[in-house]
Design a protein around this ligand. Structure first.
Ligand code: ZN
Length: 112
């Protein structure tokens, strides 16, 4: 799971799990672990929104209640910070989801 968070192979932690920003490699270059067909679907954006929302919202309320800056400062800070944090968290959350699914033997196309 920690290797997935660091965007590393869930088996050996040596090679990168993604070959582009969010497109995972088919397998590990080092240990040949297969994770290319694991589909995480919406779970990465879902948890990214959850995490970033729980960072931004308290910060926003803290800054507002402590400093009460003008609205234009809020408008300048929070959307930019939200985008930056989302882009930073998204591949890490997806890497974590891939690692968990790989360890559980799930591929994301299971039928109920
Ligand atoms: Zn590996």
């Amino acid at each position: 799971m920690l290797w997935g968070m660091r965007k590393r192979c869930p088996s050996c932690g040596q090679s990168h799990i993604f070959h582009t920003y969010l497109k995972q490699a088919d397998s590990c270059d080092i240990c040949d672990a297969q994770f290319g067909e694991i589909r995480t679907d919406d779970i990465a954006p879902y948890f990214t929104i959850l995490i970033v929302g729980h960072i931004i919202a308290p910060l926003l309320f803290y800054v507002e209640t402590t400093y009460a800056p003008p609205v234009w400062i809020h408008s300048a800070i929070w959307p930019v910070l939200t985008v930056i944090l989302s882009l930073w968290f998204l591949p890490r959350v997806k890497g974590t989801a891939i690692a968990i699914m790989w360890h559980l033997g799930l591929r994301g196309d299971e039928k109920h």
